[in-house]
Design a protein around this ligand. Sequence first.
Ligand SMILES: *Cc1c(COP(=O)(O)O)cnc(C)c1O
Length: 492
Amino acid sequence: MSEHMKREAVLRPLIFETGSPESRCIESPALDIPDVDISSVLGGFARAQQPHLPHVTEVEIARHYEHLASVNFGVDSGFYPLGSCTMKYNPRIDEWACRLPGFAGAHPYQPAETVQGALGLMWGLQEALGEISGLPAVSLQPAAGAHGELTALMAIRAYHVANGDVRARVIIPDSAHGTNPATVAMCGYSVTQVPSNERGGVDLEALKAALDTDVAAIMLTNPNTLGLFEENISEINRLVHEVGALAFCDGANLNAILGRARPGDMGFDAMHINLHKTFATPHGGGGPGAGPVCVTEALAEFLPGPVIARDSDGSFMPVTPSRSIGRVKSFLGNFGVLVRAYTYICALGAEGIRDVAEQAVLSANYLKERLRGTYDLAYDRTCMHEFVLSGERQRKQHGVRTLDMAKRLLDHGVHPPTVYFPLIVHEAIMIEPTETESLEVLDGFVDAMLAIAAEVEADPEMLHAAPYTTPVRRLDEAAAVKQPDLAWKPAE
Ligand SMILES: *Cc1c(COP(=O)(O)O)cnc(C)c1O
């Protein structure tokens, strides 16, 4: 047994099981207004019993949350190479900026002339994202990547409809993120899938066969979900435009090409950007994000409103584009996320932004080269910000699955990479180190991966029961999805 197998973690009681009925955090002052029987107002909707709230002291609450934070794994606790997610460190200055009272305390109903600073920031972010993407018209409204995809495809549909052009299909490569086909279905189009070629790019012959005037758009991720730059991107977008279709770039992987290449220059008509991946908003817990959409001038009038415009006198105003698809989000979007992104971009500047991409790509290629041989590469090419290994050999030779190896990484203090995605790679392990990790951290990860590969050969049985050091061990993942039990219930 290795040393990682010795420590059995102890689960602490839930907060409901802590404290005593007399414990209090605060003492409310005595009521100085008449007591009202609320059930006379609420009728049948009044609760029959008091809610089961924990009775704890302030120190017990403090320790409860401190403990929860300590068993939670985040970018601030360790290496988090979750492919396709860009789990990079989020600089504290961005958190500082979005908490400034003028930003955090602004009310969405305030008249525009009283929030010129906030609107000016949004305008500046639109300009910056337009420059970075090469697609000048920008809406900051969508609240997530998938939401941005939907918004862009709705704008593309509105464009075709405005041209009296009825089209039914959208083309997506088989390496795509699951949100792409979901977006297509929600827009009322049907999906035509094209296969990848042996280099991990779009199979051009299959694409040509799929293209005709029934195609509304192609949705392409570049770099794609294999971490590979689409070598034929100009040709692909030329073919797409030839049949009157438009090209959408899933920009979730923008981190890899920041300041080096622009989707607009590659011939794309629209893209979404995941601010919570590329532009430093903490994510992973399902918190607020933002998926701005950038489009060509031809699509600008279809963007959701409001977008921020600058008047000739220099003032900023929310305006609705002339043939807007309408609102996709209340008020002005997830403003706090926009402040973080703008701060991040300003703090780094043009050169710093380019450094991000270069470091991210360098880190990924370093890991790929150090793990080559021990693990099989799904596609043996220079990668961008991430790369995909296959655990198929370990499964065939030793009966150890990628899932087992991923779980074992937890014992090494590393958040496992993305596994079993993209779907076209058997036993996929998708690693994205990001630009914010030092060489020491990257080497530590390689050491862990090499140690696990040795364990696969020496003691495959042991890996089936990993992890050994986490508060909970191997969970029933199917049951966790199908029958989630998330609510604590008091003992009767
Ligand atoms: C993360 C991701 C998305 C979806 O973004 P969300 O903000 O999670 O909705 C779409 N495409 C790719 C390639 C992604 O990695």
